[in-house]
Ligand binder design. Structure first.
Ligand code: XMP
Length: 527
């Protein structure tokens, strides 16, 4: 039996997902406008969407054509419920067809930057924006007649109806993608829908998020205790800081130092994180154990498995110790995880709690760990997690840390992992990071793995002598979400400084090479 649908929080905008990338971006843009949003799948019946009592609904774009057999549809009752609706691209065409407008498969394809002519400059959507503006189009079908009662407010050379509005019914649509940055006034148009069309106010802030989550965590954990695995990454750090704010010393954090961390990382957790939060921390130095288990292993998948397995063992041991240290206290029943909203949406379509990748942040804890999960970030995007971290007073170096894989430098050594090689890679990585920071490039790149090709040697010359050393690979990439990436065009002088310093200062390295591959076909990490 279906469980009754709980209403969303007041003033929530639901984004109906007709194409995942678009829907996530729209949800983020709505939140950038300080209005809370959630994503629901296009398979959700309209009755259920309405039962959640959203303040407004946005229909995303998607790859389908309304004429394709089996293309996702939409019941027109959505438009008769008095809820403000904004359709974008595919969502716009669905809206047009459902309400009696005409969408033709005319072959009028538009793709990329397109000039939009605004026909009604003072309209709800276009008020205060230029009469001609650049928008991002991506469609094959075109709307030739708006539904009855709607005003056509913009067009392009190829599309007579590129935007329509009906203030009485509070229904709006645009053929283009306001959510992408190439659409010059996109955010303004979206905000006009939210504030003017739907009458919402920009009140959603990270301050509210912190307050709300602290209350929820207190309600969930009560007087019992929780543990949290810290990986050194931003997600687990922010999740831990939030839970600590809520339940104080009833949270214990566990940091497993597997010896595969970057230079200064363990100290950052031990000192800076503890200083900023006052959290109770248990550090387990397990580097000997990990190195012993990795001895002789070169295969990346095998390395990952070994690191995952050892991590679980050490974590379980630490957990038993925490319980043993204070046996009289309330039971340790909760495990804090830094699961983010994209993981939730991607694994369950945003529909509920089913099938969630809940273990990705702490190096893969097993399902049979007997804990209830506390996941205070499961409604947040990565950039919002950083803002919450800032709000909680975490240091910059933690909040704006680049993503770093759970198995650490273990997978950035191509070949066997040894202590000497780790020390060497740590030095090279520290130099690259130092120079990128000094050049002010940290926020321009998504991350810059530094990789040691331990199984490769080549001839070089240093001082008066011939060398036979290893190459170091620099892999700077730009990305929005790590799903796709491009290689970063770093200034030559910065690359030159990094190269000179690494070859001068790091023993056994006689070359530095730059990876100029996008993802796909390459991945970000080498392994
Ligand atoms: P790839 O190499 O697949 O990496 O392009 C995509 C992103 O994921 C990070 N990554 C990991 N993060 N545990 C993590 O927490 C892992 O095992 C792991 N492997 C890769 C990688 O750094 C990049 O940001």
């Amino acid at each position: 039996m279906a469980s009754p649908v709980a209403p969303v929080a007041p003033d929530t905008v639901l984004v109906v997902d007709f194409g995942a990338q678009y829907a996530q971006l729209i949800a983020r843009r709505v939140r950038e406008a300080r209005v809370y949003s959630e994503i629901v799948p296009s398979t959700m019946p309209v009755a259920e969407i309405l039962a959640r009592k959203p303040a407004a609904v946005i229909l995303s774009g998607g790859p389908s054509s309304v004429y394709e057999p089996g293309a996702p549809g939409l019941d027109r009752s959505l438009f008769e419920a008095g809820v403000p609706v904004f359709g974008m691209c595919y969502g716009f065409q669905l809206m047009a067809t459902a309400l009696g407008g005409t969408v033709d498969n005319t072959g009028a394809r538009e793709y990329g930057r397109t000039a939009l002519a605004v026909a009604k400059p003072g309209s709800t959507l276009f008020e205060g924006t230029p009469a001609e503006q650049t928008v991002w189009m991506s469609h094959g079908d075109a709307c030739s007649a708006a539904p009855e009662g709607f005003t056509v407010t913009a067009s392009t050379d190829l599309v007579p109806v590129a935007a329509f509005e009906n203030d009485e019914l509070r229904l709006y649509g645009v053929q283009y993608h306001p959510e992408v940055l190439h659409t010059v006034h996109g955010q303004q148009i979206l905000e006009h829908f939210l504030y003017r069309g739907a009458g919402l106010t920009p009140t959603w802030t990270t301050e509210n998020v912190v307050e709300e989550q602290v209350a929820l965590i207190r309600a969930q954990v009560g007087t019992r205790r929780a543990i949290c695995g810290l990986s050194g990454g931003v997600d687990s750090a922010v999740a831990a800081a939030l839970v600590h704010k809520a339940i104080g010393d009833r949270l214990t954090c566990v940091y497993v130092d597997h010896g595969l961390m970057r230079k200064g990382e363990t100290e950052q957790v031990e000192k800076d994180f503890v200083a900023a939060t006052g959290v109770r921390l248990k550090v387990v130095d397990a580097s000997e154990r990990f190195l012993a288990a990795l001895a002789g292993v070169s295969d990346p998948e095998q390395k990952r498995k070994i690191i995952g397995r050892e991590f679980i063992r050490v974590f379980e041991q630490a957990q038993a110790e925490i319980v043993a240290e204070a046996p009289g206290d309330e039971p340790v029943e909760f495990l804090v995880q830094g699961t983010l909203y994209p993981d939730v949406v991607e694994s369950g379509g945003g529909t509920g709690t089913a099938n969630i990748k809940s273990h990705h942040n702490v190096g893969g804890l097993p399902d049979d760990l007997q804990f209830e999960l506390v996941e205070p970030l499961r409604k947040l995007f990565k950039d919002e997690v950083r803002m919450v971290g800032q709000e909680l007073g975490l240091p910059e170096e933690i909040v704006h840390r680049q993503p770093f894989p759970g198995p650490g430098l273990g997978i950035r050594i191509v070949g066997e992992v040894t202590r000497e090689r780790l020390d060497l890679l740590r030095e090279a990585d520290a130099i690259a990071r130092e120079e990128l920071t000094a050049a002010g490039l940290d926020r321009d790149i998504w991350q810059c793995p530094v990789v040691l090709l331990a199984d490769v040697r080549s001839v070089g010359v240093q001082g008066d002598g011939r060398t036979y050393g290893h190459p170091i690979v620099l892999r700077p990439v730009s990305s929005e979400d790590a799903m796709t990436a491009d290689w970063s065009r770093l200034p030559y002088d910065v690359l030159a400084r990094i190269s000179t310093r690494i070859t001068n200062e790091v023993k056994d390295v006689n070359r530095v090479v730059l990876d100029v591959t996008s993802k796909p076909p390459g991945t970000i990490e080498w392994e």
